[in-house]
Design a binder for this molecule. Sequence first.
Ligand code: ADP
Ligand code: MG
Length: 693
Amino acid sequence: MRPEILFPLFAPITSLPRLGEKIAKRVAALAGPHVADLLWHLPTGIVDRRFAPRIAEAPAGRVATITARVDAHVPPLVPRRPYRVRLIDETGILELTFFHGQAAWLEKQLPLGAKVVVSGMVERFNDQPKMVHPDVILPADEADRAATVEAIHPLTDGVTARQMRGFVAAALERAPALPEWLDPTLKDRRGWPDWRDALAAAQSPGSEAELSPETPARMRLAYDELLANQLALSLVRRAQRDLRGRAVVGDGRMAAKVTGALPFALTGAQARALEEIRADQASESRMLRLLQGDVGSGKTVVALLAMLNAVEAGHQAALMAPTEILARQHLETIQPLADAAGIEVAVLTGREKGKARAAVLDRLATGTLAMVIGTHALFQEEVAFADLALAVVDEQHKFGVHQRLQLSGKGRAVDVLVMTATPIPRTLTLTAYGDMDVSRLDEKPPGRRPVQTVTVSSERLGEVVEAVARKVREGERVYWVCPLVDESEQVDLAAATERHAHLKERLGSRVGLVHGRMKGLDKDAVMAAFAAGDLDVLVATTVIEVGVNVPAATVMVVEHAERFGLAQLHQLRGRVGRGDRPSSCLLVFEPPLAETARARLAILRETEDGFRIAEEDLKLRGAGEVLGTRQSGLPAFRLADLAVHGDLLAMARDDARLVLARDPDLADPRGKALRVLLYLFERDAAVRYLRSG
Ligand code: ADP
Ligand code: MG
């Protein structure tokens, strides 16, 4: 249960003054629904109103706070013209302009003859200083209140900077003094303020410099967030460990048949990963392991051999993919190998219906089927396993931690192996998978050819089409990926459809189209036609992003490459270069390219090392975007920026481990404070792993 001291922070933002339903909706969409969310909504800019020149000395284009006398009101002569007010000081005239100005209000704010202070952006027309809608209007004796530094928060339609500042200030007033959860030595050494002081300082920067993520206040807040994250992961990990597992040791007979049937030998990295996995399976505790390997590094075979280990020992194994296409593709890869080992494998997705589905469910429940490949359909309650020992989850990014736990709940002591093709920087592995052991496939199978990567401006799209036409004449196969425009499927689809029509016109009929809105069977049919060589060009939205394997494809064209994440582009590029012919990747960008975008695309030209690409991307863009946090279910940090606070993360991890070693139940005073921290960052689920909640 959430401690009472935090109740005010988890009240809805509508409990704050001036936050009615309508505006609260907008603020919630931007910051979050609770008062605490406003605390985390840190400013990204400032307006410095301390510059207080005389009228004649106020330069155009700069915010100024000016004290002057109201000389005249000039109401509009015709409706809908602006209302003007003239101010004077000993140096000149300042004209204030108000569109839709209400005379009564203006006469009250700016009484004729009164000395007032106004603050806002100064403009000049014919060298005449003007101010359109001053941000601040006060009586002159309150000039101190005007000449301040104001924080500017990220905003949204219909919420002004001043309103947002007011909401945040109101939230800060609700923030209670909380018990200190930081290690006092660390706090002293770093010179970090108390929690509430840190918030207050971060929310009211006195200068540009104080917006830096490296101020003591922001560092402290970032550390708090990372500590909550690492502590929660440590607790989950400990709970997983404590669940008794069982020793699963196969006799290797099926694995031997499969390795015998493979046309290649395992790479050193594959063999190492497999050894680590088998050791976990053989141990009495549960496996929770991440198999991390770049596109094409050969994760599938490793997964299959791990599954066979469980099957040999008389148990069941399941492999779960994020999409229908991928599930079927895994089946295609695994089926012949399973045949070689003399073991049956079935598929279970949303598409299996009626009797076929019932049969698979029945055989899983009775244990006559040992291996199954599927989608999230495997999570569903109706799916029961007689004796599930290993769950392999492919492309973890599309699943959340929550679902991972759901699947491991499908059996007694289920080992979990998560495969991810996204090369995640080490720092991020820690936040996203800090509760898991990691095996890395950092060595590609031999014989891979480098993919030649070029960037081309969309102004030269005609040449790109020419090049594709030439390749097609030479018998090559081409992927053409259309961009994610608006996060709107409608728009994406329109763009892809249009490109499809255009290419068809130029290249002839052997151009296919596949997109996310298509029915599963239709999708498969197009993919199959492309794989079989009945289509030369496959136009796709990003549905082909993960996993598809058509070794004969040698050209990848990506439109609006600047809109994709680097990891995503790297994955797309990984679709080619899988066969023995030279491959190329054309990244078509829309000019002009911003500095960062240019740097990012350059990295792709320079290297094919997915881990390096991921590290560079993190430096350039920040964690949320690298991980694609929104759809991934991975933690999004509000206060920590891993590109800057990476070293704090390792500290937080060590800190969390040390705390739990010394005070496993978080019962001593610091432990109790840490519980508050967990609740503060909504890690309630983790607290439940403690003996006394
Ligand atoms: P990933 O899932 O990691 O992207 P896959 O498991 O799909 O990669 O493997 C990519 C391709 O490499 C497949 O065609 C697979 O048969 C092949 N492959 C896997 N391991 C090896 C190896 N040790 N030597 C040669 N080819 C391999
Ligand atoms: Mg794969």
